[in-house]
Design a protein around this ligand. Structure first.
Ligand SMILES: *[C@@H]1O[C@H](CO)[C@@H](O)[C@H](O)[C@H]1NC(C)=O
Ligand SMILES: *[C@@H]1O[C@H](CO)[C@@H](O)[C@H](O)[C@H]1NC(C)=O
Ligand SMILES: *[C@@H]1O[C@H](CO)[C@@H](O)[C@H](O)[C@H]1NC(C)=O
Ligand SMILES: *[C@@H]1O[C@H](CO)[C@@H](O)[C@H](O)[C@H]1NC(C)=O
Ligand SMILES: *[C@@H]1O[C@H](CO)[C@@H](O)[C@H](O)[C@H]1NC(C)=O
Ligand SMILES: *[C@@H]1O[C@H](CO)[C@@H](O)[C@H](O)[C@H]1NC(C)=O
Ligand SMILES: *[C@@H]1O[C@H](CO)[C@@H](O)[C@H](O)[C@H]1NC(C)=O
Ligand SMILES: *[C@@H]1O[C@H](CO)[C@@H](O)[C@H](O)[C@H]1NC(C)=O
Ligand SMILES: *[C@@H]1O[C@H](CO)[C@@H](O)[C@H](O)[C@H]1NC(C)=O
Length: 531
């Protein structure tokens, strides 16, 4: 499917320009002609945004061959990882050169743990001085999901019949390295052997050292680390580890970006803001009045209702408390669970309710990666022809693993991540040592709620102060050809952006907005705004 077909003009269901609205009255309705005209204007704006030659109205088959690579690797070992961009199964355009495969996490001869990576050079020769790392979250979800459905040069997103070039690929801005980590995720090999994210970071750093031995032309680059969701743990811990072990790695870490990140406890990012989210999106959560009363009761008695107005002030008045619904722990008591009852009730009304993007309605969009739902005959990365093309092992590939990636290193038994949430541990140090730190959150995400991210930020102390000192003003994030597209606030090296229309996977749902923030991260533009 091409982008233009996203704008396929409906006709049958539209009103003609004039209709007789009923007995005795005749009114003028905005009809099909006007609707078609409005949609045409929208395409013109997109052309302006993407440049005249990039609008994918022309067929993929007619696309010129990819331009020459912006980097070459001399080490003969690099050749073993080379992927021919004209031979990627089902991709009917030349995607350009890339390198992928398994790389050990240490130089030890007996090392059995290997992470799967896919490296893509930038397509723009003037952007070759940076290396951008991407990881998905989970824990245990594959970064190839990000690659294929969010920010990579080949887009095979939900509902697309076939892959298309991604006009908002982050490879326009930088060399990009997608890595399936930690061990236990995706194609990565070996037995999980970490308890926490310091150990995770040490393994990623070991991987990067091995990677740079083969791809040594990347040594000395400016380095940025990005990710989403549970990478709100991973990314700050990886960056912190690199800052605290500067001798180990021949890259210059400059900043991080985390999208819809896990930054705190579930009570903060799911329970407290849940009912306010429902009220703000009432048309998508059309609950009956008795259920609304039940929810209100939970919210009142568990300390959620006035939490944001009372505690999330600018600046905050001291440390933010955990609400009474936690009964003095870090999670809520069963009576105070409100997020999952809401999800259950809304899924009864909207069978394809998507907690990752609450605006989804019937019909159900298929996903070639089987995520978030299994809807299709094949999972792309589970095909042996795809695995052969990218030097991946023939294994049962899953978007998110069904086994634990953290284990008790004494007993070998599965455990949860033992790390303290990043806002209460390593993130302040990372912000202070970075040139730029970005947190973004989609306003249509309900797996983690943007207002909960505000709570986490206001309870974090960095640069000598707690939280933002002045309010996040509305209507402050602006994009060329779109205008106001959310809210933005920057203080003491931290930039926070909330995106309209976006669910959890921001580069998938609002790629233009995600692209603009990454362009800012890399120093290509002075703010996240483009208008
Ligand atoms: C990305 O690069 C391609 C190829 O040069 C170009 O057509 C496209 O417009 C660029 N996208 C953006 C958002 O600048
Ligand atoms: C590799 O060998 C060393 C030394 O014998 C040992 O300490 C280490 O645990 C081994 N590593 C793995 C992954 O088996
Ligand atoms: C390539 O990158 C440079 C520097 O960031 C930018 O000015 C230029 O517009 C980019 N070219 C394209 C085709 O996007
Ligand atoms: C409100 O919650 C309290 C305490 O959980 C419960 O006793 C009461 O029945 C609830 N009222 C309604 C209307 O749900
Ligand atoms: C806020 O931070 C303090 C100090 O680190 C911590 O004790 C408290 O539980 C945090 N509150 C929330 C709501 O996360
Ligand atoms: C709250 O904590 C107290 C003291 O730890 C405990 O006795 C009580 O059962 C807890 N209540 C709930 C609802 O979990
Ligand atoms: C109201 O919504 C709740 C939650 O989905 C449901 O259990 C209940 O049956 C509904 N009541 C009516 C009258 O539909
Ligand atoms: C992946 O492929 C294997 C082998 O063909 C198959 O057994 C498995 O069910 C597939 N998994 C998915 C998620 O498609
Ligand atoms: C791992 O298991 C040992 C032995 O049962 C136990 O003492 C330790 O607390 C466990 N560690 C974690 C992080 O759960």
């Amino acid at each position: 499917m091409r982008l233009s077909s996203l704008f396929a003009f409906a006709s049958a269901a539209l009103l003609p320009a004039f209709v007789n609205a009923g007995a005795g009255t005749s009114s003028h309705f905005a009809g099909m002609d006007e609707a078609v005209e409005i949609q045409k204007e929208s395409i013109e704006r997109l052309k302006d945004f993407l440049g005249p030659n990039s609008f994918p109205g022309s067929s993929n088959e007619k696309r010129a061959a990819a331009p020459p690579p912006t980097i070459e690797f001399k080490n003969p070992k690099a050749q073993e990882f080379f992927v021919d961009g004209t031979k990627i199964p089902d991709v009917n355009f030349d995607a350009g050169p890339s390198w992928s495969g398994l790389m050990p996490i240490s130089g030890a001869k007996n090392e059995t743990r290997k992470l799967f990576f896919w490296f893509w050079p930038t397509n723009n020769a003037s952007n070759g001085n940076e290396l951008l790392f991407w990881t998905n979250g989970g824990p245990g979800c594959s970064s190839l999901e990000g690659f294929l459905q969010e920010n990579g040069p080949i887009s095979w997103s939900w509902g697309q019949a076939e892959p298309t070039p991604n006009p908002w690929s982050w490879t326009n801005l930088s060399h990009v390295l997608w890595v399936e980590q930690p061990v236990g995720t995706g194609f990565s090999q070996g037995t999980p052997s970490i308890e926490n994210d310091d150990e995770l970071a040490a393994q990623v750093m070991g991987f990067l050292e091995q990677f740079l031995e083969v791809f040594s032309e990347l040594k000395g680059k400016d380095f940025y680390v990005s990710g989403e969701s549970y990478a709100g743990f991973y990314v700050p811990y990886i960056a912190n580890w690199i800052y605290e072990h500067p001798e180990g790695l021949d890259l210059h870490l400059k900043g991080i970006s985390i999208a819809d990140p896990s930054l705190s406890y579930g009570v903060v990012q799911q329970e407290i803001p849940a009912l306010r989210f429902v009220q703000a999106n009432q048309n998508l959560f059309p609950f009956n009045s008795s259920f609304m009363a039940e929810l209100q009761n939970i919210s009142d008695s568990c300390g959620y209702t006035d939490y944001l107005d009372k505690f999330v002030t600018f600046p905050p008045n001291g440390m933010l408390p955990l609400p009474i619904g936690t009964n003095g722990t870090f999670s809520v008591t069963p009576d105070c669970r409100i997020h999952s009852p809401i999800q259950r009730a809304v899924t009864t009304l909207n069978p394809v309710f998507d907690v990752y993007r609450v605006s989804d309605t019937w019909p159900n969009l298929w996903s070639v990666l089987g995520f978030p739902r299994s809807t299709q005959e094949f999972v792309y990365f589970n095909r042996t022809d795809v695995q052969d093309a990218i030097h991946a092992p023939h294994i049962n590939w899953m978007a998110c693993t069904d086994t634990n990636v953290y284990v008790n290193t004494t007993t070998g038994r599965p455990i949860n991540d033992q790390s303290i949430p990043s806002t209460l541990s390593v993130l302040p140090n990372v912000i202070e040592k970075s040139e730029r730190t970005i947190i973004v959150h989609g306003l249509a995400d309900f797996i983690l709620v943007a207002e909960g991210t505000r709570i986490a930020i206001q309870n974090m102390t960095w640069g000598g102060k707690q939280g933002f000192q002045t309010p996040i003003e509305p209507e402050t994030f602006r994009l060329k050809d779109m205008g106001v597209f959310g809210n933005e606030h920057t203080e003491r090296g931290l930039t926070f952006v909330e995106f309209f229309y976006s669910g959890h996977m921001t580069p998938q749902f609002v790629p233009w907005a995600a692209f603009s923030t990454i362009s800012f991260l890399l120093g290509r533009q002075p703010t996240v705004n483009t208008a």
